[in-house]
Design a protein around this ligand. Structure first.
Ligand SMILES: Nc1ncnc2c1ncn2[C@@H]1O[C@H](COP(=O)(O)OP(=O)(O)O)[C@@H](O)[C@H]1O
Ligand SMILES: Nc1ccn([C@@H]2O[C@H](COP(=O)(O)OP(=O)(O)O)[C@@H](O)[C@H]2O)c(=O)n1
Length: 215
């Protein structure tokens, strides 16, 4: 198989990161979760609320390390777990709508993919970050199923939230991500849509591997 980039976009808790990790492992590719980068900037904003986000972005030191899964370091500190907390989730879509934030992160993400061999997941990967990706997936699932998956996720992480709260959050973030001015979440014309509702992780992974091997 020739060296390619795979873009996986879709709404919250569709299964993007889980599947992207597995696909990268099986195909010997690098996995990048771009949502974690937006969450890290959001964490910095929460820690320094009086500082303009445009100023925060200029001086931020963000490092992604791939050792047995992706770890993200914000100004030298591993924030991989902290960025999943509710306060970050509540603010990330707002922070992600800032042009300065998107310009900075998209540039970093493009540098990470210029030598190919990357599976990258997010909201604008197939439309803005790597529009020339050899394989683009638009991953969706019902709100109910995504909320149930996130509920399990949160329970495993010790994060409090009821199913009803998660349904509200998922619908809120879907709306914000899809209607924002800059780089809204949308399916690229050449993306293949996979509705993972009722599909197992293995079935979705195998489907993407099969598509990648045809490239
Ligand atoms: N096809 C699937 N079936 C059941 N659970 C899934 C499936 N895909 C992902 N999950 C689970 O759903 C949760 C959210 O998946 P995640 O990869 O974080 O979604 P995203 O990156 O799209 O937000 C994780 O706990 C993951 O294990
Ligand atoms: N490429 C990306 C990735 C995430 N994001 C933003 O970051 C938020 C968190 O992304 P995430 O992938 O960690 O969120 P989940 O889908 O895992 O809940 C999203 O709701 C978007 O607002 C973005 O704007 N562009």
């Amino acid at each position: 198989m020739k060296k390619i980039n795979i873009a996986i976009d879709g709404p919250a808790a569709a299964g993007k990161s889980t599947i992207a990790k597995r696909v990268a492992e099986i195909l010997g590719m690098v996995y990048v979760d771009t949502g974690a980068m937006y969450r890290a900037i959001t964490l910095l904003h929460i820690q320094q609320p009086d500082k303009e986000i445009d100023d925060l972005v200029q001086s931020i030191d963000l490092k992604i390390v791939n050792d047995n899964g992706q770890r993200i370091y914000l100004n030298g500190i591993d924030v991989s777990d902290r960025i999943r907390a509710n306060d970050v989730t509540l603010n990330v879509s707002k922070v992600a709508s800032f042009a300065s934030v998107r310009t900075k992160l998209v540039k970093l993400q493009q540098e990470m993919t210029e030598n190919k061999g990357v599976v990258m997941d997010g909201r604008d990967i197939g439309t803005k970050v790597i529009p020339d990706a050899e394989l683009k997936i638009y991953m969706i699932a019902s709100v109910q199923e995504r909320a149930e998956r996130r509920l399990l996720d949160n329970q495993n992480r010790g994060i409090e939230a009821t199913l009803e709260e998660l349904i509200i959050d998922i619908e809120r973030r879907d709306h914000l991500d899809m209607t924002r001015e800059i780089s809204p979440l949308t399916k690229a014309d050449d993306a293949i849509e996979i509705d993972t509702t009722g599909m197992s992780i293995e079935e979705v992974t195998n489907r993407i591997i099969e598509l990648a091997r045809k490239k």
